[in-house]
Design a protein around this ligand. Structure first.
Ligand code: TXA
Ligand code: MG
Length: 372
C-alpha cells in the first residue's frame, strides 16, 4: 500500500535543475575545489535541494538544520511526512552536535563501518529541524564513503538530510540518469558521480536499545554486525511482512516497478521451471512479460524481456544491479515481471528484503500455483 501523504503535496515542475559531472581527478586534485562541488555546497547552505551520489544509492540532500529546506525534500519526492530522513555528516566528530549520547555498541559499529553503508539510530538533541525526524526522539545518522558525498558534506559545513533521490515508491537511483528521470524540474542540482557501488541502501541499526536492533538490512550484512557487537535482534517487521516495522519507511510499498512483480522461491531447476511456467501463464493471459534473473540463468529463459541483474555467484553484483534492472522493466513497458528469489543470507538478505517490498509479498514457493 502506498502511504497516505500527510500534509505534504507534490512539488510542481518549476525548478531549473543544474547538473555537474564530478569525477576524482588523476592528479589527486581535491574534489572540494571542483566547481560543481563548490556550487552545490553553496546551494545546500542556501536551503536548496541537491542530489548527490553515495556509495549506496543517490541521495537528495538539504540542510538538516533548515525546516523549510527539509520540507521541500518531502515535496520533491512526494514522500509521506511521517517517514524520517537520515542525516549525513562528514565525520564522527560532528555527532556531538546532533545526538546526546552514543552507547558503546554504537561506538563499536561506527568505528568499524564509518565511513560506509551503515546508519545508526541515536537519541537526538533537537538540533536538526523537526521534519527530519518526523517527531521521533531518535535520529538516523551516517557518514557515507563516496568521495563526492564527502567533499560536498565537508564543503557545505552542514549536516545534510538525504533520503534516496527517487520519487517516493520507485526503486532507489543507482545512476545519475535515474535521478534525472525522477526529479529533474523538482530539485535545484544534481551531482553526477557515475554509478554507485553497493546498490542497496545503508543498513539501519537502532543502538538505543540494550541489544541493537536491525531496522533495515543493507550494505553492511548481519554477520558483519554480529562479528562487531555480538548480539543483534532483527526487527520482526523485516521477517514478517504483516507487522508494522519500527523503521517507519519500511511500511510503505517501495522499490516498485510499474508492472506487477512476482517472486518465485526455491532453488535450482525447480525454481527455474516455476519462473518459466509463471511467465508463460501471464503471457497466455495477454500480458507483456519480463523475467528478472542472473547471468547464470539468463540463456535458459524465454520471455519478451529477460534481464540479468548480476551474477548469483557474486551477490554484491546482484545488489548493485537490482534497482537499475527494475527500472529497465519500466522503460520497456513490462506489465508482468517474474523474479527469482535468492537465499536470504549475506547481502542477498537485503536484496530479498527489497524484492519482497517491491512485490508487496507476492511470492510463490516452488510447489505453489498462482490462482489466475
Ligand atoms: O543508503 C542510504 O541510507 C541512502 C543514502 C542516500 O544515504 N538513504 C536512504 O534514505 O535510503 P531513505 O530516506 O530512503 O531511507 C531511510 C530509512 C527509512 O526506512 C526511514 O524510515 C529510516 O531510515 N529511519 C530514518 N530515521 C529513523 C529513525 N529515527 N528511526 C527509525 N528509522 C529511521
Ligand atoms: Mg528511499
Amino acid at each position: 500500500m502506498i502511504g497516505k501523504q500527510v500534509g505534504v503535496g507534490e512539488a510542481p515542475l518549476q525548478k531549473q535543475t543544474q547538473c555537474w559531472r564530478v569525477k576524482e581527478s588523476k592528479e589527486g586534485k581535491s574534489l572540494r575545489d571542483h566547481p560543481g562541488i563548490q556550487k552545490a555546497a553553496a546551494m545546500i547552505r542556501e536551503g536548496r535541494l541537491v542530489a548527490f551520489p553515495t556509495e549506496t544509492v543517490y541521495g537528495l540532500g538539504a540542510d538538516a538544520t533548515s525546516g523549510e529546506a527539509v520540507t521541500s525534500i518531502f515535496q520533491a519526492k512526494g514522500r509521506p511526512s511521517d517517514n524520517p530522513l537520515i542525516v549525513h555528516i562528514a565525520g564522527a566528530d560532528q555527532l556531538d552536535e546532533l545526538v546526546s549520547e552514543v552507547p558503546s555498541t554504537g561506538k563499536q559499529l561506527i568505528r568499524r563501518f564509518w565511513p560506509g553503508p551503515l546508519t545508526v539510530i541515536l537519541r537526538h538533541r533537537g538540533t536538526v529541524a523537526p521534519p527530519v525526524t518526523a517527531g521521533l526522539d531518535t535520529l538516523g545518522v551516517r557518514v557515507p564513503s563516496h568521495p563526492v558525498a564527502l567533499a560536498l558534506l565537508r564543503e557545505a559545513q552542514r549536516p545534510v538530510a538525504a533520503p534516496s533521490a527517487n520519487r517516493s515508491g520507485k526503486p532507489s537511483p543507482t545512476q545519475a540518469e535515474h535521478v534525472w528521470y525522477d526529479l529533474s524540474g523538482r530539485i535545484d542540482a544534481l551531482l553526477d558521480g557515475g554509478p554507485t557501488g553497493v546498490g542497496v541502501e545503508s543498513t539501519v541499526v537502532d543502538v538505543t536499545r540494550e541489544v541493537p536492533v536491525l531496522l533495515r538490512p543493507g550494505g553492511v550484512t548481519l554477520d558483519m554486525i554480529r562479528e562487531t557487537v555480538g548480539e543483534i535482534r532483527v526487527d520482526p517487521g523485516i521477517r514478517r511482512e504483516g507487522r508494522a516495522p519500527r523503521s517507519p519507511g519500511m511500511k510503505y510499498r517501495h522499490y516498485a516497478p510499474r508492472g506487477e512483480l512476482w517472486v518465485v522461491g526455491g532453488s535450482g531447476k525447480d525454481q527455474m521451471q516455476k519462473v518459466q511456467a509463471l511467465a508463460d501463464q501471464a503471457r497466455r493471459e495477454g500480458r507483456k512479460v519480463g523475467i528478472l534473473t542472473t547471468d547464470e540463468h539468463r540463456e535458459a529463459y524465454r520471455a519478451e524481456w529477460v534481464f540479468s541483474c548480476g551474477r548469483r555467484s557474486e551477490p554484491e553484483t546482484v545488489a548493485r544491479g537490482l534497482y537499475g534492472c527494475l527500472r529497465r522493466f519500466d522503460e520497456v513497458g513490462a506489465e508482468w515481471i517474474v523474479a527469482e528469489a535468492f537465499p536470504p543470507t549475506g547481502v542477498f538478505f537485503s536484496v530479498m528484503n527489497r524484492l519482497m517490498k517491491a512485490a508487496e509479498g507476492q511470492v510463490l514457493s516452488s510447489g505453489e500455483e498462482r490462482k489466475a
